[in-house]
Design a protein around this ligand. Structure first.
Ligand code: SF4
Ligand code: F3S
Length: 104
């Protein structure tokens, strides 16, 4: 599976949802997650994200995000169309530690 990490938080560009062939993205207030049980590992979303927030679970930085993505995919609504990104999205790009301070 592929998963979304904290780099999505407050960036939420949503380019990813437009390319997913199985519509397995779910949306919270400040970030999106992938349902790891629905993702077919096609990889097309990874290069679409301007924040480099999507990574495969084979990446050693992905482990903590797999369970987090699974948990919130079960709670949040599905998203298949790009909405309006946050006005300050670019200011949050690459900021570290967003999960601790701005996750919701
Ligand atoms: Fe969707 Fe493919 Fe990305 Fe998985 S890897 S979330 S199936 S676009
Ligand atoms: Fe987030 Fe990147 Fe998608 S910032 S909403 S994972 S395009």
């Amino acid at each position: 599976t592929y998963v979304v990490n904290e780099q999505c938080i407050k960036c939420k560009y949503m380019d990813c949802v437009e390319v997913c062939p199985v519509d397995c993205f779910y949306v919270g207030e400040n970030m999106l997650v992938i349902n790891p049980d629905e993702c077919i590992d096609c990889g097309v979303c990874e290069p679409e994200c301007p924040a480099e927030a999507i990574l495969p679970d084979t990446d050693n930085r992905a482990e903590k995000w797999v369970e987090m993505n699974r948990e919130y995919a079960a709670k949040w609504p599905n998203i298949t169309r790009k909405g309006e990104q946050p006005a300050d999205a670019d200011a949050w790009k690459g900021v570290e530690g967003k999960f601790e301070t701005h996750f919701s």
